[in-house]
Ligand binder design. Structure first.
Ligand SMILES: Nc1ncnc2c1ncn2[C@@H]1O[C@H](COP(=O)(O)OP(=O)(O)OP(=O)(O)O)[C@@H](O)[C@H]1O
Ligand SMILES: [Mg+2]
Length: 113
């Protein structure tokens, strides 16, 4: 199992959600976050004045999936979260030791699918 964590623009959430549903993702956590990428958090210049660039509102999506779904989900995210402008976000993949559905005590792939 892998945990896919992705930071996306709030504006693409609807399309991303639908694309993930088509890939069979029905368990998902979403958090509103404030993020900084390469272009933010440094000193900008506008009409001769300097200013500190700010955090941007983003969404963090977290999903734990069976290994066989990972590539299709990455493809869906690359297709539906991209605008081509700076700030489109990131995808991080983590190995997951175990997943347990509390109600049934099921473990592993069956607990996340
Ligand atoms: N290395 C990182 N670790 C954790 N979160 C990150 C990292 N880089 C970016 N993020 C998160 O992703 C959001 C969007 O980042 P962003 O897409 O601007 O990255 P970037 O590296 O600046 O790429 P780009 O040049 O396309 O803008 C950030 O606001 C932050 O929430
Ligand atoms: Mg950026």
């Amino acid at each position: 199992m892998k945990k896919i964590e992705t930071i996306i623009r709030p504006s693409v959430f609807g399309d991303v959600r639908q694309a993930l549903a088509l890939e069979g993702i029905d368990g998902l956590s979403v958090t509103e976050i404030a993020g900084i990428g390469k272009q933010e958090g440094r000193i900008g210049m506008f009409r001769g004045n300097t200013y500190k660039m700010e955090f941007s509102p983003k969404l963090k999506l977290e999903m734990v999936v069976e290994d066989s779904k990972v590539e299709a989900i990455i493809e869906a995210l690359l297709d539906y979260a991209a605008t081509g402008e700076v700030g489109d976000g990131k995808i991080f993949i983590f190995a997951v030791e175990e997943a347990i559905r509390i109600r049934t005590k099921e473990r592993g792939d069956v607990a996340v699918g």
